[in-house]
Design a protein around this ligand. Structure first.
Ligand SMILES: C[S@@+](CC[C@H](N)C(=O)[O-])C[C@H]1O[C@@H](n2cnc3c(N)ncnc32)[C@H](O)[C@@H]1O
Length: 304
C-alpha cells in the first residue's frame, strides 16, 4: 500500500469510521474497499510499533457485538473452539453462512466476500477435482486426508460421484471435528473413515495414491513443515502424490485475518518448492498449483 494512503488515516478517523459502520450494522458493498484499507492501515501501524496490542483490543470493543461469535469475523477472533481455523469456521465459509439477524448479516457478507474466503471455497473445488482425477487413474484408490476438519470437501465429492470406488482415511486432532464430519458423511461410511489422531504420531503400513492436506501446513514453521512433509511422503504409494495447501503471500485479506488474530505462515511458490527440495526430493517431481484467486497454493510432490 502506498505511504500517503496510510498517512491520511489518523486514529480518530479510524475510530469515527468504525463507529459509523457499527451504528448502521456493518458495511455496504461500496464501503468494502475503505474498510479493507483500514485493516491494512492498522496492520501497518501494528507492524511499525505505532499501534499496541491493547489499542487493538479497544478497537475490538468498539465493534461491540459485531466482534462476538454472532458474526463470522467475531467467531474467528473469539475462537470458541480454542484455536484459529477450526472445523466450524471452515464449514461456515464453505456453506457461505450469513447471519439471519439484520444486525450481523452485513458484516458476514463482507467476510464471505473476501479473497481469502473465496480461496478457501476454491480449494474445496481443487480437492474435489484432484480426487476425481485420482479415482479415474487408479483402481480401488486410497486417499489420506490430513487435518480433515469438517469433511465438507469429501462429502461434496461423494454427492457428485456417489458411485466412486475409493477409500478415504481422514485424520484430525480435534475430536469435535471428527464427530461433525462423521455425522455429515454418514451416508458414505462404507468408503470413509474418520480417526481422531495427531498426524505427527500417526503410523500405518498403508500406502496412499493421494495424501492431501490443506489448512494445516500454514500453521507450521519451516522445520515442522519439512518434518511432516517427509513423514507424509513416506505414506505415498508408487505413482502417487502428496499435495499440500498453503496460503500464498499474495493474500489481500491478510490484514483483516490478522485483525482477528488468524495468523498463518504465508509462503510463495518458490519457497514451497525449496522446502520440498530441502527434504531431498527430486525437483522434477515437484510442482505448485493454485486456485483461481491465487491466494491458496498447492505443492504437489509426486512419487515415481
Ligand atoms: C483449517 S482446518 C482445515 C480443514 C480441511 N482440511 C479443509 O481444508 O477444509 C485445519 C484442521 O487441521 C486439524 N489439525 C491441526 N493440527 C493437527 C494435527 N497435528 N494432526 C491432525 N489434525 C490437525 C485441525 O483440528 C483442523 O480441523
Amino acid at each position: 500500500m502506498e505511504g500517503h494512503e496510510i498517512d491520511k488515516w489518523q486514529q480518530p478517523d479510524i475510530a469515527d469510521f468504525v463507529r459509523q459502520l457499527v451504528d448502521k450494522w456493518g458495511p455496504e458493498p461500496h464501503e468494502y474497499g475503505k474498510l479493507t484499507n483500514l485493516f491494512d492501515v492498522l496492520d501497518a501501524q501494528r507492524k511499525s510499533g505505532l499501534l499496541h496490542q491493547d489499542k487493538l483490543s479497544v478497537l475490538w470493543e468498539m465493534f461491540g457485538e459485531a466482534m462476538t461469535p454472532k458474526t463470522m469475523q467475531g467467531f474467528v477472533a473469539r475462537k470458541p473452539h480454542g484455536y484459529a481455523g477450526d472445523y466450524e469456521v471452515i464449514d461456515k465459509i464453505y456453506t457461505q453462512k450469513v447471519s439471519h439477524d439484520i444486525r450481523f448479516s452485513k458484516w458476514d457478507f463482507f467476510f464471505q466476500g473476501t479473497s481469502a474466503c473465496r480461496a478457501v471455497r476454491n480449494r474445496k473445488q481443487y480437492f474435489i477435482e484432484l480426487l476425481a482425477e485420482t479415482v479415474q487413474k487408479n483402481e480401488n484408490t486410497k486417499i489420506l486426508n490430513v487435518g480433515s476438519g469438517p469433511g465438507r470437501d469429501v462429502y461434496d465429492f461423494f454427492c457428485l460421484y456417489p458411485e466412486a470406488i475409493v477409500s478415504i482415511d481422514c485424520i484430525d486432532l480435534d475430536v469435535n471435528a471428527i464427530a461433525f464430519s462423521d455425522t455429515l458423511c454418514q451416508d458414505y461410511k462404507d468408503r470413509i473413515s474418520f480417526s481422531n489422531r495427531n498426524i505427527f504420531r500417526f503410523r500405518t503400513m498403508k500406502r496412499y495414491d493421494l495424501v492431501w492436506s490443506a489448512g494445516l501446513f500454514d500453521y507450521l514453521d519451516d522445520r515442522l513443515f519439512k518434518h511432516l512433509l517427509t513423514h507424509l511422503y513416506s505414506l505415498v504409494a508408487g505413482n502417487g502424490q502428496l499435495v499440500i495447501g498453503n496460503f500464498s503471500e499474495a493474500n489481500p485479506s491478510r490484514a483483516y485475518m490478522e485483525f482477528g488474530e488468524w495468523l498463518l505462515l504465508h509462503r510463495k511458490s518458490e519457497k514451497l518448492k525449496a522446502l520440498a527440495e530441502e527434504c531431498g526430493i527430486d525437483p522434477n517431481m515437484i510442482k505448485v498449483g493454485s486456485e483461481p484467486e491465487g491466494v491458496n497454493l498447492f505443492l504437489h510432490v509426486e512419487k515415481s
